[in-house]
Design a protein around this ligand. Structure first.
Ligand SMILES: Nc1ncnc2c1ncn2[C@@H]1O[C@H](COP(=O)(O)OP(=O)(O)OP(=O)(O)O)[C@@H](O)[C@H]1O
Length: 857
């Protein structure tokens, strides 16, 4: 199999964590001066690679030095022995060595003085020939660290190598002891003295027996060595067949086949040993490709839990020759995986898990420095303001004979929440009705009364701070909460009333409706959503479809077209500003949705996450159309505008996407200035449980968007309410200014991207650019009509892209030709993602048809 791009799995730790953001924000500032220098902590990919490279070279050095020692040890003896200085000779000159008594001060070992000393240490003073095992261990570990390819399990390698080292050294010493009674590099001093010690305790016979025992024990652990004494083959094969039909079939087989080693019965019930007294019988079926499957999944689970779960062992055994029937009992361990799973595991073992980010392996997420820090990040509400407000609230309530037991304040970035516990017997509705009076006495806008506070047993009064604190995007992105989030699509919306960072998962929402009067922070809110996703996601994991009828709001994102945007085939601009194109795009997204559902169905999974997990584990074959599916986030700014111009044409696909698209990773964010009922219709509302409201002008608008009042009492500038169906949370939206977005998109746009935007499926509407079938006029055929017809019939494939490619035409012209071909009856109607049906069986029929058509002209 050719080596694929994903062979060497990159360590993505460094790439996923935004560079420079591993540390909390403050630490980062202090280390800014050292920016650019690689930081060597052990999580660092570079450090790991360097260690890997070092180990590989060390193993080579050891190999050469040990091998050389076998030939040169006698020459170097006078230099390396402790009596002449040993290691202290390392830095001595030839003259000094001579004066020390070294007979041959010129080192013969191929790896110089160090090599001579090292090999003497390892081979003579320590483990003898067994020291070569160190070379092996360094290769296994070094290779793993440098290439991220697992040659062998590191734990097993270390454990077995340790055993082999000790065992070989003592065994060689044991045998050597029969020839001579002195330490030698064959066994090393360790082996020599260990053997002496053992012999003194248990004698030569005892040591021999101990070594045989240790050796066999190791083989049993490693290979489950079988000690069965071969006996005559019995012929009870037929008895173990349970299904009659198989039995009959087998009886008809000739004797030769029954003796065949590789012969496997088609349906065998294998007795499984278990702890209970009754042996269980589990039906196991041989599949087409010689692997085994347990028929009943329930039993399969039990069965699997009983068997040794060592994965390597299972894979090993699956690849071994098929079992003979008399070995049934021992082989029960081998049958728990389907061929497909084993193949996937093998692929993963060979190439590592599929990593979609390797397409753009050098891609770096935007850095924190691109964002501005606004304000001090601290809340500045002085105690006198708090005291004043508290007094006024208590006073106003007292004026209406409402007694308060307790009052406490929670200070947020824009508002402070005063929670009061009224005295017993006070009616909550009475306090609620005093909203305007309290606002009057505090002389403040944007007072909101929450009576009662859900789940708290108090009544909340939100009072705006006289000096609201701006929440900068940078301060949110820098938090550990955002950095370490495991959400699929994390959006850093801002801070809550208790000054906590609020991060929501768009993938769970699963769609969001954003509303707010002009100038209240809606565009900033959309930028916040987009920027937070850009900070967390790799281009291979996420695509945006951006609709911007105002043409200016989202234009900054044009720069990231080849990284994060999706568009229709043949479109020049990825950001859609034209209503007609919006309709096409929405319908195209519906096709994408249907295609994704087909893929999910084929893969036997329920959602995008499971699908991608399966794909990453190489359980889905790309040759069958499977691919890694990125999330798609559709953002529509000024949705009202679209609804006014296109109405139902927009509403239908949006409702369809909103209803069905969550499982396949398409999420919608619709923003509107005018949250009136004819824009946010019942169908749309029902499918958008998450709604974000900035300040709106009337209570009615607030009701339309949130199903309750409150949005009309906000104070603007990013003050917002998020309704997630059950809860209503007041938030201060994180602020990200246009120049910041500009820098972030520049940072991404300047990096290597894909060759084009993510291409959505082709959709040609009824009144597409080429006109409809009814419009077909044989006299008004395109000049390339006949060529295209021949091409299509020759390939028996009615696709626009084929015409585009082969005849080198633009998308629009190719689309027009295919419509004319449909009109002429050469190809069938548009069938979504599939190519159109070709109605002419062969070129002969086509030529006749064309000549008839020409005669009519
Ligand atoms: N989160 C925020 N924090 C502080 N100030 C904000 C915030 N969001 C918006 N503002 C202020 O409000 C101004 C208007 O915001 P924005 O452009 O987002 O309004 P908008 O609702 O999109 O208006 P329009 O619908 O007319 O485009 C910004 O220029 C900024 O000064």
């Amino acid at each position: 199999m050719p080596v694929r791009g994903n062979q060497f799995k990159k360590n993505t730790i460094r790439e996923e964590v935004l560079e420079g953001q591993q540390q909390p924000y403050k630490k980062k500032i202090s280390s800014e001066s050292r920016e650019g220098l690689p930081k060597f902590n052990f999580n660092n990919d570079r450090a790991i690679k360097i260690v890997g490279l070092f180990l590989l070279l060390l193993s080579l050095y050891f190999l050469v030095s040990f091998t050389s020692y076998l030939f040169t040890w006698q020459d170097d003896q006078s230099y390396v022995v402790d009596a002449n200085g040993g290691w202290s000779n390392l830095f001595k000159t030839v003259a000094e060595l001579k004066s020390n008594g070294a007979i041959n001060p010129n080192i013969q070992n191929w790896t110089g003085k160090l090599g001579a000393l090292l090999s003497h240490q390892f081979m003579y003073e320590w483990f003898g020939l067994a020291s070569f095992i160190f070379v092996f261990v360094f290769v296994v570990i070094g290779y793993r660290l440098l290439f991220k390819v697992k040659l062998l399990s590191i734990h097993k390698t270390l454990a077995y190598s340790f055993f082999v080292l000790i065992f070989t050294s003592i065994t060689l010493a044991f045998f050597h002891s029969f020839i001579g009674d002195y330490p030698h590099y064959i066994e090393g001093e360790f082996g020599y003295f260990s053997n002496l010690l053992l012999q003194a305790q248990i004698g030569s016979t005892g040591v021999g027996a101990l070594l045989v025992f240790a050796g066999l024990t190791c083989l049993i652990i490693a290979y489950n060595l079988d000690f069965k004494i071969p006996e005559r083959k019995p012929k009870p094969l037929k008895e173990s067949f349970i299904a009659d039909d198989v039995l009959i079939e087998e009886e008809e087989e000739d004797e030769e086949q029954l003796n065949d080693e590789d012969y496997i019965p088609k349906h065998v019930d294998f007795p499984i040993r278990n702890n209970q007294s009754n042996p269980k019988v589990i039906p196991i079926v041989q599949t087409m490709d010689n692997s085994f499957e347990v028929e009943n999944t329930l039993e399969k689970e039990e069965f699997i839990s009983e068997v040794n779960d060592d994965f390597d062992e299972v894979v090993n055994k699956i690849s071994k020759p098929s079992p003979k029937v008399e070995d049934q009992e021992d082989l029960s361990l081998t049958i728990e995986r389907t061929q497909e799973d084993a193949k996937a595991a093998e692929l993963v073992e060979q190439f590592g898990a599929f990593d979609p980010t390797l397409d753009l392996a050098s891609y770096k997420n935007p850095t924190l420095e691109l964002l501005e820090q606004y304000g001090s990040g601290k809340i500045a509400v002085d105690t006198s303001e708090l005291e004043n407000n508290k007094n006024k609230i208590v006073e106003t309530l007292n004026n209406y004979n409402i007694e308060i037991d307790k009052i406490k304040a929670t200070i947020g970035p824009t508002v402070t929440l005063y929670e009061i516990i009224p005295a017993a017997g006070v009616r909550i509705s009475k306090i609620k009705n005093l909203e305007d009076d309290i606002a009057l006495s505090l002389a403040a806008l944007g007072i909101r009364i929450i009576a009662p506070m859900p789940g708290k047993g108090t009544i909340g009064i939100e009072v705006p701070n006289s000096h609201p604190e701006m929440v900068s995007m940078r301060s949110i992105i820098a938090t550990e909460k955002f950095q370490n989030t495991t959400m699929d699509l994390p959006i850093a919306l801002g801070k809550t009333i208790s000054n906590e960072v609020f991060i929501a998962d768009l993938a769970k929402m699963p769609h969001m409706l954003v509303a707010g009067a002009t100038g209240q922070g809606k565009s900033v809110g959309i930028n916040t959503i987009l920027v937070s996703l850009l900070y967390k996601k790799h281009p291979s994991q996420l695509k945006f479809v951006l609709v911007d009828p105002k043409k200016v709001e989202l234009s900054l994102f044009k720069k990231i077209e080849r990284h994060f945007l999706a568009k229709l085939p043949g479109e020049d601009d990825a950001i859609i500003t034209d209503t007609k194109k919006v309709i096409n795009t929405l319908n195209s997204l519906c096709i994408e949705m249907d295609q994704r559902y087909d893929l999910l169905k084929d893969a036997g999974v329920r959602n995008l996450k499971e699908y991608n997990e399966k794909f990453v584990k190489r359980k889905l074959n790309p040759n069958n159309g499977h691919k890694f599916l990125p999330f798609i986030v559709l953002v529509i700014d000024e949705f009202a505008d679209l609804m006014m111009t296109a109405g139902k044409e927009v509403e239908t696909p949006i409702a369809r996407l909103a209803q069905l698209a969550r499982a396949i990773g398409i999420h919608l964010v619709l923003a509107t200035q005018r949250p009136s009922v004819n824009i946010i219709t019942g169908t749309i509302k029902a499918n958008f449980p998450a709604r974000l409201a900035f300040r709106v002008t009337s209570k009615i608008d607030s009701r339309t968007i949130l199903d309750s009042g409150g949005a009309d009492q906000l104070i603007g500038k990013g003050d917002m309410l998020l309704s997630t169906g059950s809860d209503l949370i007041r938030l201060q939206c994180a602020f990200v200014d246009t120049p910041e977005v500009d820098r972030v998109t520049d940072f991404i746009g300047e990096q290597r991207g894909y060759s084009s935007a993510y291409i959505l499926p082709e959709y040609v509407g009824d009144d597409g650019d080429g006109g409809s079938i009814k419009d077909f006029d044989p006299n008004d055929r395109d000049a390339m009509f006949e060529d295209a017809a021949r091409l299509i019939v020759m390939h028996q494939q009615g696709s626009t892209s084929l015409i585009q490619r082969k005849l080198k035409l633009g998308y629009n012209r190719a689309g027009r030709i295919i419509d004319q071909l449909e009109g002429a009856g050469i190809v069938g109607p548009f069938e979504g993602s599939k190519a159109r049906e070709v109605l002419m069986p062969d070129e002969y029929a086509l030529e006749q048809f064309l000549s008839n058509l020409n005669k009519k002209d």
